[in-house]
Design a protein around this ligand. Structure first.
Ligand code: C2E
Ligand code: MG
Ligand code: MG
Length: 601
């Protein structure tokens, strides 16, 4: 109650009040400060306090801050100089700088927090009472005056000496990203260099919005921009006021954490916050974001080095799929070399038949049975099983994906055929990469393999991710129609992670959607309100599509999704992918899990 009252007093104080974090960035400001300087709160939080001073006054001001002693001795110093407003005009200010006692800062952090009480003194001499006006009033008056008499300061003896310094204004503009109002790369680099001059921990988290081009193509430029603004705001909400969130370019953001005790926790918080779907162009979408984290070490030479490390971690995270973050490890700098090695090794693996296939059951809770097996490529190398996210990017870059795709399809059909046994209720699902459609005869080749292995085309499902459907460089839609005419079913994999709106599904040759595991992971207790599941399932059913949920790991998730009408479920709860030789054990495990889920309902 008491602290709430204090908060209100601070907020509505006629004096402009600000708090500076130990690194000089603004961690709090009240309404009068917004009004005095003409910036919004979001523009100033986290910004360096120098932004509020005219160039000529900055050095003196920093001198005053540096001269402040501990909270007891010389803890309060006056400063008089020129402030600088958002529109570039200058305003004479008197500032009382006070060091707050330890622990009184807005943010829990080491170092001293400084409070600034600022008065705009433009009208001071002109005030008949001789009393200083409140800063907010003075600023408002000054602003009004400027608007009404743009070139007539001589006609108004009380007018302020409002000097707009074009260089200063230009600099302020050059330091901010136009779209998100976040600091840009230049300002970020300045702050990173300043942070590295101090002995405290420094962490850099580099973020990339995957596939910004598809986002622009599918949503239109302005909706894609809205998403980027939303990403910016979520990032800001995940960090402390004195941390810096900057936008480096189109799809690249960066977070600078100073004096942070657990940067991994911040990365986790950010990853979680970005998983929550965003609203754009009338539908819920969730841009994939990859992140790389690097922390200062005794060997860190400079900011560029730290950024290079964060970039290497980002590249490694991207190879691991969307919504991934990784902390830098020195081996990552050699990743490019490893990739080349990987390509030669992968080519040999294909030649030597080291690409094998594992199968995971898909269950129908309604039927209480396994209705499908999904095939996943595996590379068995030096006795180790390498998962696809580690070699598929190499396969795609090198073109080997064609051979690997054919091999997986051929094996899957041959190995699952005995189980299929011509029963129309059973099927085998095979993942295909969008790049395979660049082969104009892909559909014909698929049908050839299916026929040669004796599988009924109606028992094959091909899974493609959203972006593959919209690849303008291939005739994917024509080939998918050809496949469907022959009976093959088509599934949209990882549904929800791309940008396809529900409305666009009806234009596609499609039979089912598979809800991505990252959505399913949001179900923890089963008591959550997650309305987008209802939206997805209802919209898919309205279009005649069936719905599978991937990545089911708990009975609560199975129950939640069954109750919302999902037609089939897949995940470790039922069985992990395993070789064809374990098919019987896999099925048994799945049936046991179905019984447990049924018993819990
Ligand atoms: P996907 O098709 O969406 O497959 C689901 C992935 O999640 C598989 O990983 C599967 O093993 C894993 N998974 C299944 N249930 C669970 C669960 O309950 N929890 C967790 N944490 N994971 C689960 P995997 O095998 O590593 O495959 C990753 C992705 O690689 C696949 O995602 C698919 O997009 C791609 N992929 C796999 N095999 C092939 C292939 O033969 N060709 C192509 N083009 N892509 C493939
Ligand atoms: Mg799949
Ligand atoms: Mg998937």
């Amino acid at each position: 109650m008491e602290s709430g009252f204090a908060q209100i007093l601070l907020e509505y104080s006629p004096d402009a009040l600000l708090l500076l974090a130990p690194d000089g960035s603004i961690s709090f400001l009240n309404a009068a400060a917004e009004e005095l300087f003409g910036y919004s709160r979001t523009q100033l939080l986290g910004a360096d306090s120098s932004l509020l001073l005219a160039e000529a006054s900055r050095e003196d001001f920093h001198g005053v801050l540096a001269g402040l002693g501990a909270a007891t001795a010389r803890s309060r110093q006056p400063f008089a100089g020129s402030g600088r407003r958002a529109d570039g005009t200058e305003v004479p200010v008197e500032i009382t700088c006070s060091v707050l006692p330890d622990g009184a800062g807005a943010a829990p952090q080491a170092g001293r927090t400084v409070a600034l009480s600022v008065r705009g003194t433009e009208h001071r001499q002109a005030s008949s009472s001789g009393q200083p006006q409140s800063s907010a009033g003075a600023a408002a008056d000054a602003a009004t005056h400027r608007r009404r008499t743009p070139a007539a300061s001589s006609a108004a003896p009380a007018a302020p000496a409002a000097f707009a310094d074009p260089d200063d204004e230009l600099r302020a503009g050059l330091l901010r990203d136009q779209l998100t109002a976040l600091p840009n790369g230049t300002l970020f680099n300045e702050r990173l260099a300043a942070a590295l001059r101090r002995p405290d921990p420094v962490d850099v988290l580099l973020l990339n919005v995957d596939d910004l081009k598809s986002l622009n193509d599918m949503l239109g430029r302005s909706s894609a921009d809205e998403l980027l603004v939303e990403v910016a705001s979520r990032l800001r909400n995940c960090v402390r006021p004195h941390d810096t969130v900057a936008r480096l370019g189109g799809d690249e953001f960066v977070v600078l954490l100073t004096e942070c005790l657990d940067a991994d926790a911040v990365a986790r918080r950010i990853a979680e916050s970005l998983l929550e779907p965003m609203r754009a162009a009338g539908s819920l979408v969730r841009p994939g974001v990859s992140m790389g984290l690097a922390s200062r070490s005794p060997q860190t030479v400079d900011g560029a080095e730290l950024l290079r490390q964060a970039d290497a971690a980002l590249t490694a995270a991207k190879a691991g799929g969307q919504h991934n973050w990784l902390r830098f490890r020195p081996g990552m700098l050699n990743a490019a070399a490893h990739r080349a090695d990987g390509e030669t090794g992968l080519r040999r693996a294909v030649e030597l038949g080291q690409i094998s296939v594992h199968y995971q059951p898909v269950v129908s809770p309604g039927l209480g049975a396994v209705v499908q097996f999904e095939a996943f490529a595996r590379w068995e190398r030096h006795g180790k099983v390498i998962p696809p996210n580690q070699f598929l990017p190499v396969a795609e870059q090198s073109g080997l994906i064609r051979e690997i795709g054919d091999e997986v399809l051929r094996r899957a059909c041959a190995e699952i055929r005995p189980w299929l046994a011509g029963d129309a209720a059973y099927s085998v699902a095979v993942n295909v990469s969008g790049l395979q459609f660049q082969n104009r005869d892909f559909a014909r080749d698929v049908l050839g393999i299916v026929a040669s292995t004796g599988v009924d085309a109606r028992q094959l499902t091909l899974e493609l991710t959203e972006s593959a459907f919209f690849d303008a460089n291939s005739d994917v839609l024509r080939q998918l129609r050809q496949l469907r005419e022959a009976g093959v079913r088509i599934a949209m994999d990882d549904f929800g992670t791309g940008y396809a709106s529900l409305g666009r599904l009806k234009e596609l040759p499609l039979d089912m959607v598979k809800i991505d595991r990252s959505f399913v992971a949001m179900i923890r207790t089963g008591q959550e309100q997650l309305p987008f599941f209802n939206t997805m399932v209802t919209a898919a059913h309205a279009l005649g599509l069936s719905v599978t949920a991937e990545g089911i790991e708990t009975p609560a998730q199975a129950k939640y999704l069954t109750d919302r009408g999902c037609d089939s479920l897949q995940g470790y709860l039922f069985a992990k992918p395993a070789p064809a030789s374990d098919l019987a054990g896999t099925m048994e495990s799945a049936l046991t899990a179905i019984d447990k889920v049924d018993a819990a309902r």
